[in-house]
Design a protein around this ligand. Structure first.
Ligand code: ZN
Length: 380
């Protein structure tokens, strides 16, 4: 790599000053934008600390979600049988439509997507999927297991189709919704099931971007290998209006997402910038291509060292990260579980590249130490 010439370094220094001025000038505007376009959000003027003002249940409810699942306190319930995740892949009208809603990436399911069994009294129709994640790998999920957070949480939101004809009607009713939660941990290997989502995120980087039609697939592929082991409790929506209408399922086994895939998700933006988008379209028109390789922040910040500017810019609300609600009090609730025995190490890993469970994950280091000790003792 060539060393940067002096005038380039000077330009870089000037661009930093320009950028700081830019941040000072535009930051109040960004905050206003989020307040103007959103009645609630995760940060800023309409952040989590303000939810209770417009949505009473968020603060007053005592069966709120998410929660910290302390596994030793959970109780086995033999009613909690394995789920049936149903989707007919040959149905011609099945659709999955992905979009950036300004708070998360949502994938609306249209067609015969259902879940049944799993201790549910009725079949539930899947309405959509969405994700929650953080800026850090160990702090991105809504639900905690034994006070530990993971990288990302997938929610598959469904409603009691026997009682209600729309998700909106079901959303405020007791047990109107059933949400399946899958916790993801970062790995070095891509999770091929997630490619369907992450490979399309560039096209919906900002909330104003057009929706993307994904190939409709069985949602089973997003779940961990073993879906017979899960936790169950009654809770709420983790977003306003925080209705206490949700039968929650959190699978014990977690799933995997690679660093690279996670970065593509973190490259989404909360705020739509119409001027930037117009500029991008004009550029693409002039070049005769639909290039989307340049990020909005680079363009907004102007000339100069765009990598540094991007890094600084990310800190100011644009990057879609930390879209999770903190854990809520359990209060008088008991978390049930579908399996008799707790594992020594929980949850067990599912390797996305290999369908077998790693034996190493099942053997506690102390067991190895003890066996080694016995062996040496026998030799002596
Ligand atoms: Zn959610």
């Amino acid at each position: 790599m060539k060393p940067a010439p002096l005038h380039a370094k000077m330009a870089q220094g000037t661009s930093h000053i320009n950028f700081l001025l830019f941040v000072i000038l535009i930051l109040p505007f960004i905050i206003q934008v989020s307040a103007k376009y959103y009645d609630w959000h995760y940060e800023g003027e309409v952040g989590i600390h303000t939810w209770h003002a417009n949505y009473n249940i968020c603060a007053a409810g005592n069966h709120q979600s998410p929660i910290d699942i302390i596994t030793k306190d959970t109780v086995y319930d033999d009613v909690l049988k394995e789920f049936i995740i149903w989707y007919n892949p040959h149905h011609p009208k099945g659709q999955m439509i992905a979009f950036n809603d300004g708070r998360t990436v949502k994938i609306k399911t249209i067609g015969k997507f259902y879940i049944a069994n799993g201790g549910l009294a009725n079949p539930y129709k899947i309405d959509h999927l969405h994700l929650h994640w953080g800026v850090k790998n160990n702090n991105g999920t809504e639900h905690y297991i034994n006070s530990q957070s993971f990288t990302m949480e997938l929610h598959i939101v469904s409603y009691d189709v026997k009682k209600y004809d729309t998700v909106q009607k079901a959303a405020s009713q007791p047990m109107g919704l059933a949400v399946l939660g899958v916790l993801f941990k970062e790995s070095d290997i891509d999770n091929p099931a997630l490619d369907l989502i992450v490979d399309n995120l560039k096209a919906m980087q900002q909330p104003g971007h057009p929706k993307v039609n994904l190939e409709a697939k069985s949602l089973r592929m997003f779940l961990p290998k073993d879906i017979s082991r899960y936790y169950r409790y009654n809770g709420s929506l983790t977003t306003p209006a925080c209705y206490e209408s949700v039968i929650w399922t959190i699978f014990e086994e977690y799933n995997f997402i690679s660093k690279k895939q996670m970065q593509k998700i973190r490259d989404l933006f909360y705020v739509y910038d119409a001027a930037e988008e117009q500029e991008r379209l004009n550029r693409a028109k002039n070049n005769g291509t639909e290039s989307t390789t340049e990020t909005p922040s680079a363009t907004l910040a102007g000339e100069g060292n765009t990598t540094d500017i991007n890094d600084l810019f990310r800190k100011y609300r644009f990057e879609m990260v930390n879209n999770f609600r903190p854990v809520q009090d359990l209060n008088d609730r008991t978390v049930l579980r579908s399996f008799k025995e707790l594992r020594k190490q929980s949850p067990i890993k599912t390797n996305p590249g290999n369908s077998t469970t790693s034996i190493n994950a099942l053997v506690h280091p102390w067991v190895t130490f003890f066996l080694l000790f016995l062996y040496l003792w026998a030799l002596a």
